[in-house]
Ligand binder design. Structure first.
Ligand code: ADP
Length: 325
């Protein structure tokens, strides 16, 4: 488990991380999201003892990183995949890490096999593609078989096959009871990978929630309602619209179907029952993570395009992955 208590980092006038208090629990994948400049990397660096907090603390299984004798066996981290000597081979890079942490060389060959680099293990890492660097970084994180994994943008630069491989790997690690904390800008991928989400903006905590709860309570979540009789549908829509917190859209003129936001399927079903209206369909549509994330971080985007109103995502459209915070 990773524990943050009032974790704060200031650089001069910039408050990079502002009083973060949260627990990243074992046995699940926790996604770490936020716009560019939100403070994600700084938070990860403080957890890993690379930056000193201005206030508060970050503990891994109850201890600060700096107090660990063999940190690679306690926490595996991937922060900057390219941070290695380009003239070294993948294997000798990992062997150096293994030796300084009392890990046998056979474990190096094991993790090279796991990440799919066994065949290129003796090649200069300097000639690697970004995807290969990422795989090597993940090999380094797995080296000490640690109970905690911290991965900053691990799928950056990977092809679809690699992205899927990382997803399955981290989910398997969490299923074994490990703590997995990972950041990504790929919302659709995060939606498939994480069980829980921590969202920050301008250094502050915006959400710390199970994925399912975030998607279900998003303002973009909707319910599709169908009746056989257009008059019934219109009567139901009228009653729903009486509450100003509820929006009702009528795709195709609303003769057969309405799309309701601001009421759950159960509430709409109960209302229809009270009005004596038979329903032919009542279908909840969760928001996409991208939609929920945009709602949460509105106002926290440090480097956004000027005066670009966010387009409403039409109902039923396929959410696209975003590559920028
Ligand atoms: P993220 O990883 O979410 O993109 P960062 O943690 O990199 O965000 O940055 C958070 C804020 O702290 C930004 O405003 C960034 O400019 C600032 N920052 C990060 N590192 C430094 C540093 N070494 N010196 C000064 N400011 C920094």
């Amino acid at each position: 488990m990773i524990t943050l208590r009032g974790l704060t980092k200031r650089y001069g006038d910039t408050v990079a991380v502002d009083g973060l208090t949260l627990d990243v629990e074992e046995g699940r994948v926790t996604g770490f999201l936020g716009p560019n400049g939100a403070g994600k990397s700084t938070t990860m660096r403080m957890i890993l003892g690379l930056d000193r907090p201005t206030a508060g603390r970050a503990l891994i299984d109850g201890r600060p990183y700096a107090s660990m004798r063999h940190p690679v066996r306690e926490v595996g981290a991937l922060l900057d995949a390219k941070a290695l000597h380009p003239a070294r081979s993948a294997r000798s890079h990992l062997i150096a890490q293994a030796r300084s942490n009392g890990i046998p060389v056979r474990r190096v060959d094991e993790v090279l096999e796991t990440v799919g680099l066994a065949k290129v293990a003796r090649r200069r890492a300097g000639a690697f593609s970004l995807g290969m660097y990422q795989r090597l970084g993940i090999a380094g994180a797995l080296l000490g078989d640690p109970p905690v994994l911290i991965l900053d943008e691990p799928v950056n630069g990977l092809d679809p096959d690699g992205v899927r491989w990382v997803r399955e790997l981290v989910r398997a690690q969490a299923a074994q009871g490990r703590t997995v904390f990972l950041s990504s800008h790929l919302m659709s991928e995060m939606q498939l990978t994480a069980d829980r989400l921590v969202v920050i903006g301008r250094g502050r905590l915006l959400a710390d929630t199970p994925m399912a709860d975030l998607l279900a309570t998003s303002a973009s979540a909707s319910v599709r309602v169908r009746t056989a009789d257009p008059a019934d549908l219109s009567a139901l829509a009228g009653r729903l619209r009486a509450d100003e917190r509820v929006t009702v859209e009528s795709p195709g003129g609303g003769r057969n179907e309405i799309v309701v936001r601001g009421r759950t399927a159960a509430e709409i079903g109960d209302l229809a029952h009270r009005l004596g209206i038979p329903l032919h369909q009542l279908h909840s549509v969760s928001a996409s993570l991208e939609q929920a994330y945009m709602e949460l971080t509105e106002g926290s985007v440090e480097y956004g395009a000027a005066a670009s109103p966010r387009p409403r995502v039409p109902v039923g459209s396929v959410p696209t992955a975003t590559t920028e915070g």
